[in-house]
Design a protein around this ligand. Structure first.
Ligand SMILES: NC(=O)c1ccc[n+]([C@@H]2O[C@H](COP(=O)([O-])OP(=O)(O)OC[C@H]3O[C@@H](n4cnc5c(N)ncnc54)[C@H](OP(=O)(O)O)[C@@H]3O)[C@@H](O)[C@H]2O)c1
Length: 264
């Protein structure tokens, strides 16, 4: 797979990995539709895309609003956009214990990280099939592979993506649909700053995990390599990714470590 002359829709494109991947893909002279809530951030990403010689269309989108997602997708498709790749990065994280996190926070995280992704995927997939195929990618996390303190709903939302996309792939590989689930470790973005606490407020801190993580640009190179190779799962990050193997092959050790690693 190469990115040249294809159309991609990327969410979460105003910051972090979504922005970095948009900029990386734009080097291949293609057309990008970029979405996020932050219109000013999207304009900034769009300028960089255009300066690479690629085309760009801005579609602001709130991933917690399924009706708006369906409407926007309908508009984009009725304008004749033939989307080859739908890469979804929009997401929010969490910094609160199970015992203190109110159910409405659990629902909001599931709405943005899972139902929003499902809504946009369902809106675009039939057109991809009609066009002869396409590629879906979604940002999961290493905590989509195991549980981790202070991340109950976040971890659950990422686990849910694995089940959804694995099933989608089993049903649609005959339609030439490729799926890449991106399993992020620690990447130096704003994800911890905008994570919601037990009161629904922003956590407001760059946690040590993110501060010591790889840059979003380096993550984008790892992600684009995985997308080009049509990898079903793409591990993104540094040495922390070993936890995925520990959880799989040495579960008893994982249970010990999960209690000890600082979650903040
Ligand atoms: N950084 C890490 O260490 C790490 C590790 C594993 C997985 N991930 C995942 O990677 C993805 C990208 O995160 P990032 O690390 O690049 O952090 P980021 O810079 O905070 O990006 C998250 C993006 O999601 C957007 N977003 C949040 N709520 C939204 C909503 N309701 N509607 C539309 N857009 C929304 C944010 O923009 P606005 O708030 O401006 O709308 C932002 O652009 C996320 O799904 C995250 O869970 C990150």
């Amino acid at each position: 797979m190469n990115f040249n002359n294809k159309v991609f829709w990327i969410t979460g494109a105003s910051s972090g990995m979504g922005k970095a991947v948009s900029i990386e893909i734009a080097k291949s002279k293609c057309r990008l539709i970029i979405s996020d809530r932050d219109a000013a951030g999207l304009t900034e990403t769009a300028k960089i895309i255009e300066s690479s010689g690629s085309q760009v269309r801005i579609e602001p989108l709130d991933m917690s609003d399924s009706a708006a997602i369906m409407q926007t997708a309908e508009k984009v498709l009725s304008d004749g956009e033939k989307i080859f790749g739908l890469y979804q990065f929009a997401g929010i994280s969490q910094r609160s214990l199970v015992t203190e996190n109110p159910l409405e926070n659990d629902r909001l995280i599931m709405e943005v990280n899972f139902f929003g992704v499902v809504a946009l995927t369902k809106a675009i997939l039939p057109s991809m099939i009609e066009n002869g195929g396409g590629q879906l990618a979604v940002a999961s996390s290493i905590v989509g592979k195991f549980g981790f303190p202070y991340r109950s709903a976040y971890s659950a939302s990422k686990h849910a993506l694995h089940g959804f996309f694995e099933t989608l792939l089993a049903e649609n590989s005959k339609n030439n649909i490729k799926v890449s689930v991106l399993i992020g470790g620690r990447i130096r973005t704003n994800i911890s700053k905008f994570a919601i606490d037990k009161d629904g407020n922003e956590h407001g801190k760059l946690d040590a995990g993110q501060a010591n993580g790889i840059s979003p640009e380096k993550a984008a190179i790892q992600i684009c390599r995985g997308l080009r190779r049509e990898k079903k799962e793409v591990l993104v990050g540094g040495s922390e990714l070993i936890m995925v193997q520990i959880r799989r092959f040495l579960p008893a050790l994982y249970y010990k470590l999960a209690k000890k690693i600082s979650p903040l």
